[in-house]
Design a protein around this ligand. Structure first.
Ligand code: 3PG
Ligand code: CO
Length: 554
């Protein structure tokens, strides 16, 4: 329809093949021994940077530039890809939940009313990631949710925790559990029967994404719903401290446990009539769990018992699937994304990554929407990730396979846009393994090189950028920027993302003469990329999109 029609760009031609490369977790930071990107051989990316101010620059990838509550919020893949694909800045889940909790509106909505109907007779279960990372959830939001629920009649509360160590320092889980436990003790003193009921590490229990490994979700189901786990404890702080010492365990990979009473019985299995709220606001790692909780027909694993519950998500995690059907806070309405516009204007697209990031260049890119806009014009290819491993063991991941798929798509001549996410810097960076992360960055750069070579052959254009920082800084720093030591004088390895800006570069034989980055934008960020890519496809972006990064000089 005419509403979707984009104006022709006055100076830039149509019909060029454009590679859009997102390096996941690839920020820009000063060179030192903890900058794995700097320490890896990355000739393809390096070649873009040196002395090319017209075609290489830095853009913001964290804080308010991507719709997060504050400048202290590091970027993440959800908000990063949302901004890249949508070309505008939307108040994101973290912020919307903050607002709803601060105003108390969260407790007046349909979602909360629905779950609260169980409070009189049944248990309220809260399930989610326990940290202050602010990527998937936040402890302070959980605390407000518990408090507000108790004030509104919840008499029996059970919290099912997933320890982090990925958006926050490894080992910090103990402190978070202590804080939560203290809150629950205070509630118990006030007559509310409140306890932690189960737990496990986020990468091993419940929080899988993009159907990489249903076993992860099953482990959580067994602990949370069935009250069954290989480890039983009377106290959650003790559970986390003890299990962290298991071989191969850390906060991310803590084995599942349940809390039991004096007689050895699990204190909080989810049963018929109970209310369940999942307090993560971010979608990707909640979708599988939500399906297990919500779908009557379900064959991904044997649930053994499927309780009839009142379930609500903190947010709705998938707008297309309407999953879950009940939720406490409405998600951002990320509409009119660049992908949707481009299909309406005849641009064909190929998108590819491996499983662990596949949804990033499709679902997140398209505004948290599953599926195609136009099957005739789009092809999305997922390369299966290695599952059941921590990626420092296979730091090359599927980078070359992604590079090959992109190369073939470019050379096929069938696509105007070939979009990939190359996960290595992020996925290996999250393991905190510095040597492996160097190998990861080298592999990512090789994939970039393959794509550049293909673009060279078809006389196309490339746009290469990143969604947020990670691999460029692997150590926690003090205010002056020096590595911060813990109480024992040890370095604190940074497994999380960073607050750093990310590079963006454009080039290729198809790039029209005189195209260069503008110098007049004050704080360009990821949301400026969509208009840029639309221009390179020969179109002017919609007027409410964040401005393009490029100009054409004669
Ligand atoms: C994760 O989910 O793996 C991390 O919390 C964030 O990583 P991502 O934002 O790069 O996916
Ligand atoms: Co990440």
């Amino acid at each position: 329809s005419s509403a979707w029609k984009l104006d022709d760009h006055p100076k830039l031609p149509k019909g060029k093949t454009i590679a859009v490369i997102v390096l996941d977790g690839w920020g820009e930071s000063a060179p030192d021994q903890y900058n794995c990107i700097h320490n890896a051989p990355t000739p393809a990316m390096d070649s873009l940077k040196h002395g090319a101010p017209d075609t290489w620059t830095l853009i913001k990838a964290h804080g308010t530039a991507v719709g997060l509550p504050s400048e202290d919020d590091m970027g993440n893949s959800e908000v990063g890809h949302n901004a890249l694909g949508a070309g505008r800045i939307f108040a994101q889940g973290a912020k919307l939940c903050d607002q709803a909790l601060a105003s108390g509106k969260i407790f007046e909505g349909e979602g909360f009313k629905y779950v609260s109907e169980s409070f009189e007779t049944n248990t309220l279960h809260l399930v989610g990631l326990l940290s202050d990372g602010g990527v998937h959830s936040r402890l302070d939001q959980l605390q407000l949710l518990i408090k507000g629920s108790a004030e509104r009649g919840a008499k029996r509360i059970r919290v099912h925790i997933l320890t982090d160590g990925r958006d926050v320092l490894d080992g910090s889980s103990v402190g978070f559990v202590e804080t939560l436990e203290a809150d629950l003790v205070a509630l118990r003193e006030n007559g509310v029967d409140a306890q932690i009921a189960s737990g496990g590490g986020r990468m091993y229990v419940t929080l899988d994404r993009y159907e990489n490994d249903w076993e992860v979700v099953k482990r959580g189901w067994d602990a949370q719903v069935l009250g069954e786990a290989p480890h039983k404890f009377k106290n959650a702080v003790e559970a986390v401290k003890t299990l962290r010492k298991e071989p191969g365990a850390n906060d991310q990979y803590l084995p599942p446990f349940v809390i039991v009473d004096e007689s050895g019985k699990a204190v909080g299995p989810i049963v018929d009539g109970d209310a369940v709220v999942t307090f993560n606001f971010r979608a990707d790692r909640m979708v599988m769990h939500a399906k297990a909780l919500e779908y009557e027909d379900f064959d991904k694993f044997d649930r053994v018992r499927y309780p009839k519950i009142r379930y609500a998500g903190m947010l709705q995690y998938d707008g297309e699937l309407k999953l879950p059907s009940r939720y406490l806070v409405s998600p951002p309405e990320i509409d009119r994304t660049s992908g949707e516009y481009l299909t309406h204007n005849g641009v064909s697209t190929f998108a590819c990554s491996e499983t662990v990031k596949f949804g990033h260049v499709t679902f997140f890119w398209n505004g948290n929407r599953s599926g195609y806009f136009n099957e005739k014009l789009e092809e999305y290819v997922e390369i299966p990730s290695d599952s059941g491993i921590s990626f420092n063991v296979q730091p090359k991941m599927k980078a070359l396979e992604i590079g090959e798929k992109a190369r073939d798509a470019i050379l096929s001549g069938k696509f105007d846009q070939v979009r990939v996410n190359i996960p290595n810097g992020d996925m290996v960076g999250h393991t905190g393994d510095i040597e492996a992360t160097v190998v990861a960055c080298e592999a990512a750069d090789l994939a970039v090189k393959m794509i550049f070579d293909a673009i060279e052959q078809v006389k196309g254009i490339y746009v290469v950028t990143a969604d947020h920082g990670n691999a460029e800084d692997m150590v926690k720093r003090d205010k002056s920027g020096k590595p911060a030591l813990d109480k024992e004088g040890k370095l604190q390895i940074l497994t999380s993302h960073t607050l750093k800006p990310v590079p963006i570069a454009i080039g290729g034989p198809g790039l029209a003469q005189g195209v260069r980055f503008r110098k007049d934008l004050e704080t360009p960020g990821l949301a400026n990329v969509a208009a840029t890519v639309m221009n390179l496809h020969g179109f002017v972006a919609p007027s409410d999109y964040e401005p393009t990064l490029i100009e054409v000089v004669e």
